[in-house]
Design a protein around this ligand. Structure first.
Ligand code: BEZ
Length: 212
């Protein structure tokens, strides 16, 4: 059976471009992203990994560590990094896991043989500090991911984790948030001093709590 939201992200040990990783130890106390790409030296993947490198300060702000993965080996990853740096005008600043024996790909169900045989598709796992999986997204090989969307989801997840709000459809940073049902109206002043609007008893909006 495949992984589900709320499951503990399976731990593993693997070789990476930044040395041997014990995944849970490497994650430490913060948030993590594990994302797979189909293959080194391919065009869409080159743009994706370059984009992730450029977003490092955004991931750091959110206390998120990022690791990439494909079933290519370390020599291939290390050679390709030079191309990513050159063509995407950046420096790869996160580990790329070499999963030649497909140990991690199988643990995380990243190979979808009817879509792409023997290679990992574009899977993304967001992992919370307690090591539970908070988000899983799978894209086909032909579609590069939108890393702005990934930051948006992390902002939403962190608002839920730290401020007891959810985020409505098409929410963006700065928009009103939804007070989670577990908070009663009586508890609202304590948690949401900026006030709230009750559209329906089950739909209560409040200004984004972590902004001044
Ligand atoms: C790419 O990264 O461009 C790619 C990789 C595998 C299949 C199709 C596209």
């Amino acid at each position: 059976m495949g992984l589900k939201l709320g499951d503990i992200a399976p731990n593993f040990k693997a070789k990476s471009t930044e040395g041997e990783l014990d995944f849970h130890t490497w994650l430490g106390e913060g948030w993590g992203i594990l994302f797979s790409h189909p293959a080194d030296y391919t065009p869409v993947c080159t743009t994706e990994l370059g984009t992730v490198a450029k977003y490092k300060s955004e991931f750091d702000k959110r206390n998120v560590k990022v690791a990439a993965l494909s079933v290519d080996g370390l020599d291939s990853h290390n050679g390709w990094i030079k191309d990513i740096n050159e063509t995407q005008n950046t420096e790869v600043n996160f580990p790329i896991i070499a999963d030649e024996d497909k140990q991690v790909a199988e643990l995380y169900d990243m190979i979808h043989p009817n879509a792409l045989s023997n290679l990992t598709v574009r899977s993304v796992f967001v992992i919370a500090p307690d090591k539970t999986i908070k988000l899983m997204i799978t894209y086909p090989a032909s579609t590069g991911r939108n890393f702005n969307e990934l930051l948006r989801v992390i902002d939403s997840l962190q608002l839920t984790a730290y401020h007891k709000v959810a985020t409505p459809a098409n929410w963006n940073n700065g928009d009103d948030c939804v007070i989670v049902p577990a908070v009663t109206n009586e508890e609202i002043p304590e948690h949401f001093p900026k006030g709230f609007t009750e559209v329906k008893p089950y739909l209560r909006l409040t200004p984004q709590p972590n902004l001044d």
